[in-house]
Design a protein around this ligand. Structure first.
Ligand SMILES: [Zn+2]
Length: 189
């Protein structure tokens, strides 16, 4: 039975911790992946990484609404061969397109903060499949963006790091407040 785990917010030091590779797909790892999916769905997100629930295994999950996996509304899926629910274990980007694109992103660890981030349009990710075998998955468009956002989490990096200078200034107060709220909650009263 999968559980909904509390989501860690900005200011929690675990969000800056780089993940450690997983040695094998054990029943515990499978259960953790189930918890990640469950937590992400409950929060209505499209992606979630281990650090966002206070863990440091190199695991993230993505669930792409089919309607988003398109170049333009109503068009064909950009990644028809990729399952819309994807768990990436020990993921690594091995190829990124020169073509980039800018799009607004949000993050479950940053309620109320959104901002434009420029990223490669397409990436090839090497990762462990749930069968324990190494796999390569090519992702295009918004799916590639979601995966890059989650892989950043696994490296202890956050989407605000990629904001423009002007945007960073614009969200500075919001970020300070969020950080203070998070630290308040972390400290036992
Ligand atoms: Zn995020």
């Amino acid at each position: 039975m999968s559980r909904v785990l509390p989501i860690r917010t900005y200011g929690d030091p675990v969000l800056r911790k780089p993940a450690r590779p997983v040695a094998a797909i054990t029943p515990e790892i499978e259960a953790f992946i189930g918890d990640l999916f469950h937590t992400m769905r409950a929060a209505e997100g499209v992606g979630l990484a281990a650090q966002q629930v206070g863990r440091t295994e190199a695991i993230c999950v993505i669930e792409m609404p089919a309607a988003y996996d398109v170049e333009e509304e109503g068009g064909p899926r950009l990644n028809p061969d990729v399952p819309l629910s994807l768990a990436l274990v020990n993921p690594k980007i091995v190829e990124a397109s020169a073509k980039t694109c800018s799009m607004e992103e949000g993050c479950l660890s940053f309620p109320d903060i959104r901002g434009s981030v420029e990223r490669p349009w397409s990436v090839v990710i090497e990762h462990l499949g749930l069968d324990g075998q190494p796999k390569q998955t090519k992702l295009n468009g918004f799916f590639a963006r979601a995966a890059q956002h989650e892989l950043d989490h696994l490296a202890g990096e956050l989407f605000i790091d990629l904001f423009s200078y002007v945007k960073k200034l614009a969200v500075r107060t919001k970020l300070k407040n969020l950080q203070a709220e998070t630290l308040d909650k972390l400290q036992p009263v």
